[in-house]
Design a protein around this ligand. Structure first.
Ligand code: F6P
Length: 344
């Protein structure tokens, strides 16, 4: 079999570990060949490729980013784009595609399967951890660790100056990173999109904390967090070239309001793309490896239009139809019953 593989959407720690696993399993166990498409779907459209070999992938396991490059965007943005994908795959002799991506890339994969018969298996990737059908996405645990490490460092400077630190983390429309890093980092409050917040309640939590001693607070804000209507101005975002709100900056609004309501000096820290960069942690290396191996096995079992996923720590297959167009939100029992216990 000749397998094509691409990495799509925002990058994420563990992408290279998946590629390495795909190549090892496909070539060593099945005698396949593997071609990587550069810059996601752009490489499929323009036939820009890199032959992936066992020797060529030596040393990539701990390396962050993706050796293939990645882009947002889709063949469906172009007239006859899907047809071009089909023709190019035929020209290159590619029998099936492994698509390592988030919601956007997996949606494209599913449509290519349904509409023009491309054989596809997806691998769920995103630090946001918001893909339906899997208990966890690779990259998430590394991002949480990076955010937690940052919060740990912010505690000591916040305490020294007796300040409030408002820390903004990624996650798009979900609060997975915020909830986990906030609990792990001992946050005084955690604001997530799933639970619109009242800034007055957050100010009260910060004051309660201060009332117990001269100790600073960390407030963790997910980039997609939203205030309850009428409590403070709603954030406004520009759209990116793909029509998605370019999130980022809610922490500044939160900090301004908190400083006014509490009178405590407040600073803002946006961790930003640091969360996506660098080496995957051990958990994500193992998960990426398991998923890459499973994707090749699935193709050899004749599977298509599925995603390899994790459920109860087992690797399984989920139909892409059950995944695309959906968002997996934070486990609210974790937020409501655990995280909030430590607010204030
Ligand atoms: O989807 C992953 C993600 O890192 C989000 O958390 C964030 O909103 C977005 O990508 C940032 O995208 P970009 O790298 O295009 O700025």
């Amino acid at each position: 079999m000749r397998i094509g593989v691409l990495t799509g959407g925002g990058d994420c720690p563990g992408l290279n570990a998946v590629l390495r696993a795909v190549v090892r399993k496909a070539i060593n166990d099945h005698g396949d060949s593997v071609v990587g498409f550069l810059d996601a779907w752009d490489g499929v459209m323009d036939m820009r490729t890199m032959e992936l070999t066992v020797a060529g992938l030596a040393g990539v396991l701990p390396r962050g980013g993706t050796i293939l490059g990645t882009r947002r965007g889709s063949p469906y943005d172009f007239a006859h784009g899907p047809q071009r994908v089909k023709e190019n795959l035929a020209t290159l002799g590619v029998d099936a595609l492994i698509v390592i991506g988030g919601n956007g890339s997996l949606t494209v994969a599913s449509r290519l399967h349904d509409e023009i018969g491309v054989r596809v298996v997806g691998v769920p990737k995103t630090i946001d951890n918001d893909i339906e059908g899997t208990d966890v996405c690779f990259g998430f645990h590394t991002a949480v660790q990076i955010a937690t490490d940052a919060i740990d460092r912010l505690h000591t400077t916040a305490e020294s100056h007796d300040r409030v630190m408002v820390v903004e983390v990624m996650g798009r429309d979900t609060g997975w990173i915020a909830t986990h890093a906030g609990i792990a980092g001992g946050a005084t409050a955690i604001l997530i999109p799933e639970r619109p917040f009242d800034i007055g309640d957050i100010a009260s939590a910060v004051k309660r904390k201060h009332a117990r001693g001269r100790y600073a607070s960390i407030v963790v804000v997910a980039e997609g967090a939203m205030p309850k209507a009428g409590t403070m101005p709603q954030p406004q975002y520009e759209l990116d070239p793909f029509g998605r709100p370019r999130l980022g900056g809610i922490s500044s609004e939160v900090a301004r309001e908190l400083e006014q309501l509490t009178g405590y000096e407040t600073r803002v820290v946006q961790i930003g793309h640091v969360q996506r960069g660098g080496t995957p942690n051990a958990f994500d290396r193992v998960l990426s490896t398991r998923l890459g191996v499973a994707a090749v096995t699935a193709l050899h079992d004749g599977v298509s239009n599925c995603m390899v996923a994790v459920r109860n720590d087992d690797i399984c297959l989920v139909s892409l139809a059950e995944v695309v167009g959906k968002t997996r939100y934070v486990d609210l029992s974790l937020y409501d019953n655990v995280a909030t216990v430590f607010f204030g």
